[in-house]
Design a protein around this ligand. Sequence first.
Ligand code: ADP
Length: 453
Amino acid sequence: MNFANPFKTQSPYKQIETARRERMVIAVCNAAMLFSIPLIVLLTIVMLPLTSPAMALVYTFCAGILPISFIAKRIAISGKPDAGSYVITVYTLLLTAFNSVVLDGIHLMLVPGYLLLIVIAGMMLPPKRSYIIAGLASVTYLAVTILRTYVEPPVSLSLDAIELIVTFLGVMTFIFMVFINQLTTKDLRKALDNATYDLVEMNKKLELASEMKSQFTARTSHELRTPLSAIIVFSDLALRDAYGPLNEKLRNALTHVSHSARHLKRVINDILDLSKIEAGGLEIFDEPFELTDLVETVESSCQQIAEEKSISSSIWVSPKMPGQLNGDIDRLAQVLLNLTGNAIKFTEEGEVEVRIEPQGTSKWCMIVRDTGPGIPEDQFATIFKAYRQLDRTASPSKVKGTGLGLAIASNLVQMMSGDIEVESELGVGTTFTVTLPLRLPETSDEEAAKVLA
Ligand code: ADP
């Protein structure tokens, strides 16, 4: 299935807005073409008794709306709605100005005509460009007003003709306004409707893609684990001489196979855990467990690795901590192992210390402190995101990893209604603190307080 990446496409607003303006220019041009026909008929009637070069010019200018609207429409259709808008608005602006100067009485229509024109330009053009039309209208209005004080209109219409033309233009303006108003609201509703529909559809696709990704990861991880377990079991058996004595070369090779297979299994388990968390399919149990069991799990896994790196490691449990707690021991151990594993992995010399202690009467915490390279403060949020690692290219010790440990740990802690915090100083060390709600098996809060006292 092919999913369009929503983050690579242009902002839908821009596309919708350009399409809306294009439709608006086309609609205005259509209306202008339609209205120009009765206007030409009216002018023909009015001008029959008046034959003068000035009237011939007025007639030609007004009749010009028809081809100009057609040209502006074609320009808008060719993908240049702004150019089309300019053509039709500037032409109408000049036409009105010319008629106001030449025809006696028409100047009455100048101000309402220009206001209507500015409103329509505002609908067809981007906000900044519509100021140009407003500026042009002001300049033309001023020029016409000044001209009119010096020049007498060469054509004097009868009062009846002026009334007829002004009434006609007034009625046309009203109809035009209703038409434009209807067009914009219809257009806006349609654009909103389309945008909402697109968003809903995209969301559905993303949800499906995410679900498929999680399912794929869960299935493949599961399928990979079975043969991997077989590799680990059989290489361990061979290393214990179950299939006869091994020579040095074979032993080394098999040790390598066993280590790599174990590492691969850990990575696969991490990916599986994260996809389960993302899919909401990971369950957190709430059962009684012995705190010593948690401590032993971490101790047995970490002490040897710490010794191999010649750094000291210790786990200290506050005597105020109750021996039994309620929770998910496996997931708690996973969190603590991830943090302690990282602390040992990134520390070259010094120590790694784990402290388990109560915090007040309703919480307890696991604190993992190391004397490693530290984490820059601006990276505190990043390290908890999946597949994110710090750029340690400058560091001499390039440590391997997948960038999943902290993402899983923080998700698990969140699912346990807890909190994870990091404090660090570059070159001094890092401290991770996991704070969790204290839940005691079958004991009341009062008894809990006694234990912690
Ligand atoms: P991984 O350890 O597999 O790279 P994590 O999610 O556990 O992934 O950690 C993310 C990154 O955070 C690590 O790559 C490392 O750069 C940094 N980090 C985590 N713990 C420590 C630590 N104790 N000291 C210094 N850097 C750390």
